[in-house]
Structure formats: structure tokens, C-alpha cells
Design a protein. Structure first.
Length: 250
């Protein structure tokens, strides 16, 4: 056992513990300039991550083992009373199942993020998190001065749920290892992300890879031609222009 009977020995012990606990980070996506990366982390099972991300950030969530479950909540960074509204995220696009082109809408009808790419197809916007995951998200929220009540309904990625013919919710499992989902951030947000189990899937949680990089040119993309999406984007751009004119930092 390492001695801790002096400050020098205690420091050496603490640093050794930190090194042993270090997790390997995820690989960068092909073609991404490392200088643009703002977040690169591997969240262990049961862990959480929180970060403030700017407009034009692209986030890639990856399920390295085929057993991850990413629970996500977004709040507008400069106005946290505006946050992800799961009901509108399903109602406005007329689609209960998340996939490429799907907007993640706030309670003000603005786009906080858009799904730009998805190789999983196994996601859930209907069940919400387990109590353990909700507690992890609350811990992350507290780091931004937010209260437990600020952690509302969330989205889950990489473990699918479908509604069967009689209205029951049925788990559809996961995709193959390496499945990924990309989100584009439209307004500065506080990201709350937890790696944990799913209420309808008994498998234990697995690690989750997260990489985010500056991709402002992606804001010019039009991944969804539906009028409801375009109207929400217009609302978002108007809000962003107004915020910038008032001197709100990016």
C-alpha cells in the first residue's frame, strides 16, 4: 500500500489514483481538424457529462459496444428557462421516432439542435430516464446553478422503443457496435448528458463516446425540407439575431 504519511507521499498517491482512473478518449471522426474540437470524452457507465456549447457546434455520440444509452437534455445557455420540450419535439414534426433531420425543439418553438446523421435508428422519446439517470442529470445541472426541477423530460439515444398495435411501448434493443448520431447546435446550450440504463431494457449501461467540434458552416445545411422545420429554423434565427443585437455573447 502506498504511504500517505507525508504531503509528498499523499500527492504521489493521489496522482497515481488519477492515472489509474483515466479512460481512453474516443477517436476523432475522419477529416476533423483537432484544432476545432471543443469536447472529447468517454462517459463511463453510470456517469454524466455537462458542458456549455456554442452555436454551430456539431456533436457526435457513439455507441462503441452496442449497449450504450445516452440520455440528453438541452437548455438554452443564456436563458435556461428555455429548454428542450420533448412533446413539441415529437408533435411539431409529426414524428414520434427520432432520426436524420429531426429537430430538438425548445418550449418557445425554436430549434436547439437538429439530428444531422444517424446510423443507429434505435432511440426513444417516450419513456424518459430511470431514477438513477435522472439523479445524474440533476448533479450535472447543479454545476450550472440549476435546481432539480430544471431537469425535465429527456431524450434517449441508442436503445429503441416502438409503440405496438395496442398502444404499449416495446423495446427494440440496440444497433451494432459503433453506431453514431450527430447533432448540430443552433443556439448556445447547456448540454446535460448521462450514460445509464433504459426503463424498458434490462441490460446494464455501457460507456458512451462524445466528440464535439466547431462546424458553423453546417448551419447552412437543410436536412429537413418540411415547412414545420423551416418555420422553427426561422424562429431560431430571429431569436439569435435579436440576442446578438442586444450584445448577448455567443
Amino acid at each position: 500500500m502506498t504511504s500517505t504519511d507525508s504531503t509528498t507521499a499523499a500527492r504521489a498517491h493521489a496522482r497515481a489514483q488519477a492515472a489509474a482512473a483515466a479512460l481512453p478518449g474516443p477517436e476523432l471522426p475522419a477529416g476533423i481538424d483537432p484544432a476545432t474540437v471543443v469536447l472529447r470524452d468517454r462517459i463511463p457507465a453510470g456517469g454524466y457529462l455537462t458542458r456549455v456549447l456554442g452555436r454551430g457546434t456539431r456533436i457526435r455520440l457513439t455507441d462503441p459496444t452496442g449497449a450504450a444509452c445516452a440520455h440528453l437534455l438541452l437548455l438554452r445557455a443564456e436563458a435556461p428557462w428555455e429548454r428542450l420540450n420533448v412533446a413539441d419535439t415529437l408533435k411539431v414534426p409529426w414524428q414520434a421516432y427520432l432520426g436524420t433531420g429531426h429537430p430538438l425543439l425548445s418550449d418557445q418553438g425554436r430549434v436547439l439542435a437538429t439530428v444531422l446523421a444517424d446510423t443507429s435508428g434505435h432511440h426513444d422519446a417516450l419513456c424518459g430516464p430511470t431514477p438513477e439517470v435522472r439523479q445524474a442529470l440533476r448533479l450535472g445541472a447543479a454545476k450550472h446553478g440549476l435546481a432539480p426541477a430544471d431537469v425535465g423530460p429527456t431524450l434517449s439515444f441508442f436503445r429503441g422503443v416502438r409503440v405496438d398495435a395496442d398502444g404499449g411501448l416495446v423495446s427494440t434493443g440496440s444497433a451494432e457496435p459503433g453506431a453514431a448520431l450527430d447533432l448540430l447546435i443552433h443556439l448556445p446550450v447547456t448540454l446535460l448528458l448521462a450514460s445509464g440504463g433504459h426503463p424498458l431494457d434490462e441490460r446494464p449501461a455501457a460507456e458512451l463516446d462524445v466528440v464535439a467540434w466547431a462546424a458553423p458552416d453546417d448551419l447552412a445545411l437543410q436536412p429537413n425540407p418540411d415547412p414545420e422545420y423551416l418555420r422553427a429554423v426561422d424562429n431560431t434565427e430571429a431569436a439569435w439575431t435579436a440576442a446578438r443585437n442586444q450584445g448577448v455573447p455567443a
